[in-house]
Design a protein around this ligand. Structure first.
Ligand SMILES: Cc1cc2nc3c(=O)[nH]c(=O)nc-3n(C[C@H](O)[C@H](O)[C@H](O)COP(=O)(O)O)c2cc1C
Length: 327
């Protein structure tokens, strides 16, 4: 599998479920990834954790993201992901949340590059499908951790490294330091480096590619309420060798990014999103749509009043009525 020349949907816990991932694929994302799933949870309770690993073949290529700190557990879980038919496994080495780092997983792995390498090597051996890793700059503010970690990862046979250049303590504050993405690519010119962080305005993806030399761009928050951002970005950049096809997204020039779609296409997409959530999860799926509706309303006049109506969205009828009135 080639991870170069791609626009990739970032793993986003509570957001990038199978329905949302498919919408992003249909609207220009080349590769999608599940939200993070605990390797231990998957091994101990495959039914419960397996819910996060539901996918539709139309999403392909699709990866499953695992978190964990034990090479043996990650290896077993990676093999399970491969058995379930995923195209690749991504290992989370960047999550800053204490619940994850407290157990030594996520960004905590960055403070031990050798362990990062052991985890990667075990996963590569067991999976039989490509294994990628997603890292941050470091656990603390020390310099160059990401370079030491990436060296171990590439030596272990990792197919691509995604760098979100913020250290753990920054969470999402401040600015992603793209010079670190450039430094990573300079240090490993023959390897695949995916840049991530703060791509959200016109020209950002093109600028990240040009300024850093990275091979692909991963987009997270800007896709929330805006799955068509991938198609919009593709219209302004020429990624070498990128996949074709951004169907169903009429351009609406002059506006960006949440409005870079014609109103009737946006309404149809939101209605379909809700219908599929209902089919998959019943009224719980409709309640899940409240947060998506809040994101879809960003940048539209009257959004604050619209959001105050969202607690009333509880079934397909109230969902359709609210969407019809506002969008
Ligand atoms: C709500 C939310 C959930 C996230 N969940 C995950 C996750 O499950 N795994 C992961 O590696 N990163 C996760 N991230 C981090 C994103 O994948 C991404 O690295 C970060 O948002 C920076 O990219 P952006 O500026 O394009 O949003 C999450 C971020 C947000 C905002």
């Amino acid at each position: 599998m080639d991870f170069r020349g791609k626009l990739i949907l970032a793993p986003l816990a509570g957001v990038t479920d199978t329905t949302f991932r498919r919408l992003c694929r249909e609207n220009g994302a080349d590769i999608v990834v599940t939200e993070m799933v605990s390797a231990k949870g998957l091994l101990c309770d495959p039914t419960r954790s397996g819910r996060y690993l539901e996918y539709d073949p139309a999403e392909r290529p699709v990866g499953a993201q695992l978190f964990g700190a034990d090479p043996g557990e990650i290896a077993e879980a990676a093999a399970e992901v491969a058995r379930r038919g995923f195209d690749f496994v991504d290992i989370n080495m960047g999550c800053p949340v204490r619940k994850v780092t407290g157990g030594g997983s996520g960004a905590a792995i960055l403070s031990n590059p050798r362990l990062a390498g052991e985890i990667a090597r075990a996963a590569v051996r067991a999976a039989g499908i490509p294994v990628t890793a997603k890292i941050r700059s470091g656990f603390g503010t020390e310099k160059d951790t990401y370079l030491a970690v990436a060296e171990e990862l590439f030596a272990a046979g990792i197919a691509a490294v995604t760098l979100h250049p913020r250290h753990r303590g920054q969470m999402f504050a401040g600015t992603a330091d793209w010079t670190q993405i450039a430094a990573l690519k300079r240090a490993f010119p023959g390897e695949t480096v995916i840049g991530n962080g703060d791509v959200r305005a016109p020209g950002d993806a093109a600028r990240m590619l040009a300024e850093t030399g990275c091979d692909s761009v991963m987009i997270g928050r800007a896709a929330m309420g805006c799955p068509w951002i991938f198609a919009a970005l593709k219209r302004e950049i020429a990624l070498p060798g990128r996949g074709e096809g951004t169907r169903g997204v009429p351009a609406c020039p002059g506006t960006w990014p949440s409005l870079a779609i014609a109103a009737d296409a946006r309404r149809a997409l939101i209605l379909r999103h809700g219908e599929e959530m209902f089919l998959r999860n019943g009224e719980h799926g409709i309640r899940e749509m409240r947060k998506h509706l809040a994101w879809y309303s960003r940048g539209i006049q009257g959004a604050a009043a619209f959001r105050s109506e969202l607690p009333k969205v509880a079934d397909p009828d109230s969902f359709r009525a609210v969407v019809g009135r506002f969008f």
